[in-house]
Structure formats: structure tokens, C-alpha cells
Design a protein around this ligand. Structure first.
Ligand SMILES: C[S@@+](CC[C@H](N)C(=O)[O-])C[C@H]1O[C@@H](n2cnc3c(N)ncnc32)[C@H](O)[C@@H]1O
Length: 215
């Protein structure tokens, strides 16, 4: 993972991304190689309505709102919600688009008829056995179950209901999990999928998938 350049001796720890200043928290995932790889490869239009699932410290959601998009971001981790709320306030004057934050499990925080032009997710994707768990919120950010795809599968299952017909979703896939299982899930959900960026890091390929509903 690309080491994050934190501001030395800042309390709480901070880092800068373009004009944004982002605070970190020990119980919340620090943006890493996967976060930046996703952020650098998505195409955001100021007219987009964006849903970011699992926002962590809020970096990706804030970068989209900075660009002018309307953003809803979510996380299951209450510390991430508190931290992102704080980061929204800290950067409020720089944000051209609105941003709203909700706590809960994936799409459960949305109304039935809520749809977005873009949905983003850097999911927990590490294949993890029961005896490999470390601590609750660290595991929530990284634990993809035995295949690495447990949360990604649920994410793909919710897309049809919450994507605009011409919308698309972007997510991170790691070669540490199983590509043929992912392809099976994509086919089951009738999603058309393309890898738009791929990057090898420490023997692991990190792919950004762009998926959209098939007619
Ligand atoms: C790999 S981290 C990514 C954080 C941030 N988006 C980034 O890229 O730096 C995964 C995030 O998803 C959240 N998460 C995991 N399972 C979730 C679920 N079922 N519903 C909502 N958020 C979830 C975790 O709490 C964590 O913040």
C-alpha cells in the first residue's frame, strides 16, 4: 500500500489531497493504494448524483463534492460517520456540491426509489478466515469473507435498484480474491463490466471495474 503522507506531528493525524484536508482516526480505514487508485480512475461530472458506499474518512466522497457533484456517502462504522462529518465541516467552503452522510449496511440506508448516476465502492476485499480476524472495525474495512467477495456480492445485487438506467458503478477488485467467482456474480446480476484500470502492487493486481445495467 502506498504510504500516506501524513502531516508530521499533527494531532489528530491529517493529510492533504489537492485542496482538501482530511483528518484520520485509529478506528477508520486510512486511505491507501486502493482508495487513490479508485479515485484517480473514476470520471465524475458536476451533474452526477453519486452514492459512495463505505466512505471511511470520506476522502472519495469529498473529492466528488469538491468537483461539484451531489453526493450521498455511507458507512457501517460509526467512527467513520463521525469522522466524515467532521471532514465535511473542515472542508465545507471548498465543496461545490452538496454532501450527505448516512450510517448503515450498504443500500439499507436508501429509500426504495433513490437512484444515482454513479455508485462507488472500495469494498472490504481480503479473503479472511474466522481465525484471522484482528479487531472489529479493522475487519469491517478489510474482511471479504472466505472468498474476498462476500460484501462485493451484496453490492452487485443492489445496483439494479439504485442505479439510473444509464448510470454506472465503479469498484475495486483485488486479484487476491477469485475473478471467476466475480464474473459469475456479474453474469447473475446481468451487469456489463469492464476493467478500466489495473495496477500491480506487491504481487497483487488492483483493478477498477466499471459496471452498468444491461438492457
Ligand atoms: C477498504 S475501506 C474503504 C474506505 C474508503 N472508501 C477508502 O477508499 O479509503 C471499506 C469501507 O467500507 C465500510 N464497510 C464495510 N462493510 C460495509 C457495509 N456492509 N456497509 C457499509 N459500509 C461498509 C468499512 O467500514 C470501510 O470504511
Amino acid at each position: 500500500m502506498r504510504p500516506l503522507k501524513k502531516t508530521p506531528s499533527a494531532t489528530p493525524p491529517l493529510f492533504h489531497y489537492n485542496e482538501l484536508t482530511i483528518e484520520l482516526h485509529p478506528e477508520v480505514y486510512d486511505p491507501a493504494e486502493d482508495s487513490f487508485w479508485l479515485l484517480e480512475n473514476i470520471i465524475i461530472d458536476p451533474k452526477d448524483s453519486i452514492l459512495e458506499l463505505g466512505t471511511g474518512c470520506g476522502l472519495i466522497a469529498l473529492a466528488c463534492a469538491h468537483h461539484g457533484a451531489q453526493v450521498v456517502c455511507t458507512d457501517i462504522n460509526p467512527y467513520a460517520i463521525q469522522l466524515t462529518r467532521h471532514n465535511i465541516e473542515r472542508n465545507r467552503l471548498l465543496l461545490k456540491g452538496d454532501i450527505e452522510i448516512r450510517q448503515g449496511n450498504l443500500f439499507s440506508v436508501l429509500k426504495n426509489n433513490e437512484r444515482f448516476t454513479v455508485i462507488l465502492f472500495n469494498p472490504p476485499y481480503l479473503p479472511t478466515k474466522k481465525n484471522e480476524k484482528i479487531n472489529e472495525w479493522f475487519d469491517t474495512a478489510t474482511d471479504g469473507g472466505p472468498t474476498g467477495l462476500k460484501v462485493t456480492k451484496k453490492f452487485l445485487q443492489g445496483l439494479h435498484k439504485h442505479l439510473e438506467p444509464k448510470g454506472c458503478a465503479y469498484f475495486i477488485f483485488s486479484s487476491l480474491s477469485n475473478r471467476s467467482t466475480l464474473e459469475h456474480y456479474l453474469k447473475n446480476e446481468r451487469l456489463s463490466a469492464h476493467i478500466i484500470a489495473s495496477h500491480r502492487y506487491n504481487g497483487e493486481d488492483l483493478d477498477v471495474y466499471r459496471v452498468s445495467p444491461t438492457a
